[in-house]
Write a protein that binds this ligand. Structure first.
Ligand code: SAH
Length: 339
């Protein structure tokens, strides 16, 4: 049975399911879920992420976190990544910070990953880079300071959507007709959506940082202000796809509501910096300077690749503006560089 059949059977037996449940099954069904069974990243996959575009992304974030650790007073720290994909970001962060005195020795690294497939890829990529790396299915935080990074993690968490029909507001569901999925009610405008899991996780991390200290960076594509009605989208082979088709074989995401994340973080007790754009953050941290350095020992062809990857990350009309970030810190922590 494929995922289409599994979900269809569920709907036939129990009735329509919410968009959140559909998204959860599509991405995380233990056998057929999109993230569970294959590598969605890169040219051969369905989408490409910033760490896969250029090593500079991970290098800037690694240097940023090491600097925050210094400011925190160089404590024994949990370094956690949420949804680490192929492990490229962590690998680049560890390589660039190898010579920061005392840093690696003070870290216990936690990779939070539900996909056995990607977990294996991460283990391969990180082999030999650090003696204390463990993998978790969910976020568990030991009582000590935290450095955390999540890139394109929140967009993969299930959203709930609400529709209006006349005066009535109801949750948007997914039903079955002639063996195909349809939205139910049909053709009713979506008036809002939200992502309870993202808010819960943000509150939890924020409360931890308020109590134990730390710095968390959330990077994702999303919006500031207002609430968008319907941002549910599917991507397959780098192209937009119908979210109700090829379930489990297309990536399913929603844009991240940064104001909602900020509110959740404030409610949890942390101080929030940003929202700023990815392009601005990387530029302020010196990504263009780093690119020039990498170009020094590179062939003409390689230089072209390095510079076009840099443009992709920071130019406003490419990923620079759509991707945004916030940083959570403890109350007494100074405003972090770049924000
Ligand atoms: N951060 C990586 C990958 C982004 S794709 C990069 O930038 O390249 C989303 C990642 O989140 C994948 O690793 C996926 O398996 C993981 N993921 C999705 N839902 C998750 C969940 N509920 N808990 C933990 N990891 C999850």
């Amino acid at each position: 049975m494929d995922l289409q059949a599994v979900i269809a059977e569920k709907i036939t037996e129990k009735g329509a399911i919410s968009v959140a449940e559909y998204m959860n099954l599509a991405l995380s069904h233990p056998e057929h879920g999109y993230y569970i069974k294959k590598d969605p990243l890169g040219k051969a996959g369905d989408f490409t992420t910033a760490p896969e575009i250029s090593q500079i992304f991970g290098e800037m974030i690694g240097a940023f976190l090491a600097q925050q650790w210094r400011i925190m007073g160089e404590p024994a720290t949990t370094l956690m990544e949420l949804g680490p994909g192929r492990g490229t970001l962590m690998s680049d962060m560890l390589r660039i910070t190898r010579h920061v005195e005392g840093f690696h020795n003070s870290l216990s690294i936690n990779m939070v990953e539900t996909s056995p497939y990607l977990r294996a890829a991460q283990q391969g990529k990180l082999y030999g880079q650090h003696p204390d790396i463990s993998w978790l299915e969910t976020i568990e935080l030991p009582p000590k300071p935290l450095l955390l990074v999540a890139n394109e993690f929140f967009d993969a968490l299930p959203i709930r959507q609400f529709v209006s029909q006349g005066k009535e507001i109801s949750e948007r569901m997914i039903a079955l007709r002639d063996g195909k999925f349809i939205f139910s009610p049909e053709n009713a405008p979506v008036i809002r959506e939200h992502c309870p899991a993202a808010l819960d996780i943000t509150r939890k991390i924020s409360a931890h940082i308020a109590a134990h200290g730390g710095v968390a960076l959330f990077i994702d594509y999303g919006y500031i202000g207002g609430s968008r009605a319907d941002t549910l989208q599917a991507l397959k082979n780098h192209e937009y796809h119908d979210p109700l088709e090829d379930v489990g074989d297309a990536d399913l995401t929603a844009h991240v509501d940064f104001n909602a994340l900020k509110d959740a973080a404030k409610a949890g007790g942390a101080t929030v910096h940003g929202v700023i754009s990815q392009g601005m953050f990387l530029s302020r941290l010196g990504a263009p300077v780093r690119a020039k350095m990498l170009c020094k020992n590179a062939s003409d062809e390689q230089q072209k690749t390095i510079l076009s990857a840099l443009s992709r990350l920071i130019e406003p009309e490419q990923m620079g503006d759509l991707f945004k970030m916030i940083c959570l810190t403890g109350a007494r922590h100074p405003k972090p560089e770049g924000f």
